[in-house]
Design a protein. Structure first.
Length: 289
């Protein structure tokens, strides 16, 4: 068994060991707002609950290892001392992943990931309408653990109001864990689904995904495509061009002779089939045909 002095490792290597070994970790899907009123939404897996009286949660936006910069979330809570922590279940996990893309300041990740902004009752940041449980919090303290890349910043939050979707409650008012179907973070591209175990989501593009707000309306408002489908479709750098779409559809005609006359609904169902195999590009070509 290797025995390793943490100081002998690069920060990125140590970071990888920590994330893979201390897993799965719950996800704090943190909604904040800046001084100008711009919403921000970002997931953090350095997170847990630490007290019931008072109700305290702590999450930690770490300084980026690669360049020692800090996240917009940290800047926002330093300025406003408010945050909403939204819990993440399987039905929204791909949209959540898309929101973790490092969009420029003032870009609204709610819109990019296709989430519903819901006004909070006590704090200014918005809630995620698709989240099964949402915690409005005031920030009691921020403890900085270091000044170098990889250093955490403990944001100590006190819950001032919580919101629970009725669909996830049993008749006696308790949360049904099976219905909740929460997801947690592990190392690399791995996540853990509470009732089914590990699965993978490709990391968001190092370049910026187009986001759900860039979709044609007939795709964005689809009655067939799920939130996870939209999240996958949004994590693409650019839409296929017309020539590539035409060639793909012509080739597809041998297997689906009616593809050129198919309705939007029929094309969306077929696109979902391609998405189930992770083939985002082909799904887009069908949707754009």
């Amino acid at each position: 068994m290797p025995s390793i002095d943490p100081k002998s490792l690069s920060t990125s290597k140590l970071h990888s060991y920590l994330l893979s070994a201390v897993a799965p970790r719950p996800i704090a899907f943190a909604s904040t707002i800046d001084a100008k009123g711009n919403p921000n939404l970002s997931p953090f897996s350095f997170f847990n609950v630490f007290s019931a009286n008072p109700p305290i949660m702590i999450f930690s936006p770490a300084r980026r290892v690669r360049d020692n910069t800090v996240k917009h979330t940290l800047q926002n809570v330093e300025g406003t001392k408010e945050v909403v922590i939204n819990m993440v279940n399987y039905d929204m996990v791909h949209q959540m992943s898309l929101s973790s893309t490092e969009y420029p300041e003032a870009v609204n990740e709610f819109e990019k990931a296709g989430f519903t902004m819901v006004k909070s009752d006590v704090v200014k940041p918005f809630r995620v309408g698709e989240s099964p449980v949402q915690f409005e919090c005031k920030v009691n303290d921020i403890i900085k653990l270091g000044k170098e890349g990889g250093a955490g910043n403990l944001i100590i939050c006190e819950v001032v109001k919580l919101h629970i979707d009725d669909d996830y409650l049993d008749d006696d008012g308790t949360l049904n864990q099976q219905k909740l179907d929460l997801v947690a973070r592990a190392g690399g591209s791995y996540y853990s689904r509470a009732k089914k175990g590990f699965f993978e989501i490709p990391k968001p593009l190092s370049s910026l995904g187009i986001g759900v707000d860039s979709f044609p309306d007939y795709v964005k408002n689809s009655m067939v495509l799920t939130g996870n489908d939209l999240g996958m479709l949004g994590n693409i750098e650019a839409l296929p061009n017309k020539d590539d779409v035409s060639k793909f559809i012509a080739d597809l005609g041998s297997r689906y002779p009616n593809i050129k006359t198919a309705t939007h609904r029929e094309k969306h169902i077929l696109a979902r089939n391609y998405l189930s195999f992770g083939d985002v590009e082909s799904a887009w070509k069908i949707l754009l045909s």
